[in-house]
Design a protein around this ligand. Structure first.
Ligand code: C2E
Ligand code: MG
Ligand code: MG
Length: 288
């Protein structure tokens, strides 16, 4: 390590190792100051990815996925800016915008077109721990008129690692509003499963790493079938994410996975394209 670092010392005596870190820090700073300005005027968009019932081909839900489109038209991946938004606290106002926008959109489709499709919204740990979070959810439902049963909040298992009493109380308050709670990326995080029976959780989302092992890795197949079986025994709904092939979908359908989300059906779509698919789901076989 010391040798590697030594080799990187440039002619001016400065270390390239240090230079790289400095560049990274500068990039982070530039991105963060741009992110601070991205809500006014809004540079975000929500894309929606259908969750399809493999039996009927109907759309049983959709996940709202955040996209940041910079004024120059370039798009920043959520994998890059969500961690930055989380560490800076910006995720709190951004998350409120996501919640309000998704609720307003799905309430409109529900009211004007009679489309009663639930929308799933990702909630970060930081956002969930804000003291007023339940009020934010309540206000988003209230001002949009979205029926609470059409909102699913996706939480991650890491939420369960700290302040379990506080987390349980907050989950119960949210669940009392009629909103459903889901565990995102299920199977990758927490080791104790007892929370599944103690907390008001209604849905598990099988992590795409396992789904993508179907047809490739027998261990992943065992994990996926076990998660689906366990969820059903506990009376929970299961959604698989990241299904890309016919083989993935066939396997999941065989185990009666309730809903499937993935490129096999559709990528996340901008509003107008999603609306077209929502009105005429191409996966419903034509009646003879
Ligand atoms: P996630 O919640 O697990 O979302 C699923 C991710 O898998 C999305 O990535 C989606 O585009 C991608 N995906 C879906 N189907 C497939 C597939 O068949 N193959 C592959 N390779 N990928 C697939 P995306 O949109 O880049 O989002 C990444 C992560 O960023 C999300 O993971 C979520 O943790 C976070 N995120 C996105 N939007 C929000 C938001 O509004 N709030 C918060 N807090 N986090 C968000
Ligand atoms: Mg998610
Ligand atoms: Mg996920």
């Amino acid at each position: 390590m010391a040798l590697a670092r030594q080799r990187n010392v440039g002619p001016g005596g400065y270390s390239l190792f240090g230079q790289e870190m400095e560049d990274e820090l500068r990039e982070r700073y530039v991105l963060l100051s741009a992110l601070r300005r991205a809500l006014d005027p809004v540079q975000f968009e929500l894309h929606y990815q259908p969750q399809v019932d493999p039996e009927s081909g109907a759309i049983g839900g959709a996940e709202a996925l955040l996209r940041w489109i910079r004024p120059d038209g370039s798009m920043v991946s959520p994998m890059k800016f969500i961690p930055l938004a989380e560490s800076s606290g910006m995720i709190v106002p951004i998350g409120t915008w996501v919640l309000e926008t998704a609720c307003r959109q799905f309430a409109t489709w529900n009211r004007e077109a009679g489309l009663a499709v639930p929308v799933s919204v990702n909630v970060s740990v930081r956002q969930f721990h804000e003291p007023g979070f339940t009020d934010v959810v309540h206000a988003a439902l209230d001002s949009s008129g979205l029926p609470p049963e059409l909102l699913v909040l996706e939480l991650t298992e890491s939420l369960l690692l700290h302040n379990p009493d506080e987390v349980t109380a907050a989950m119960e308050r949210i669940s009392a509003l009629g909103v459903r709670l889901a565990i995102d990326d299920f199977g990758t995080g927490y080791s104790s499963l007892s929370y599944l029976t103690n907390l008001p959780i209604r849905q598990l989302k099988v992590d795409r790493a396992f789904v993508q092992g179907i047809d490739k890795d027998p261990h992943d197949e065992i994990i996926v079938s076990m998660i689906i079986g366990m969820a059903h025994n506990l009376g929970l709904e299961v959604v698989a994410e990241g299904a890309e092939t016919e083989g993935h979908v066939g396997f999941l359908a065989n185990y009666r996975c309730n809903l499937i989300q993935g490129y096999h059906y559709s990528r996340p779509l901008p509003v107008t394209e999603f609306e077209r698919v929502l009105r005429h789901p191409p996966w419903i076989p034509p009646t003879p």
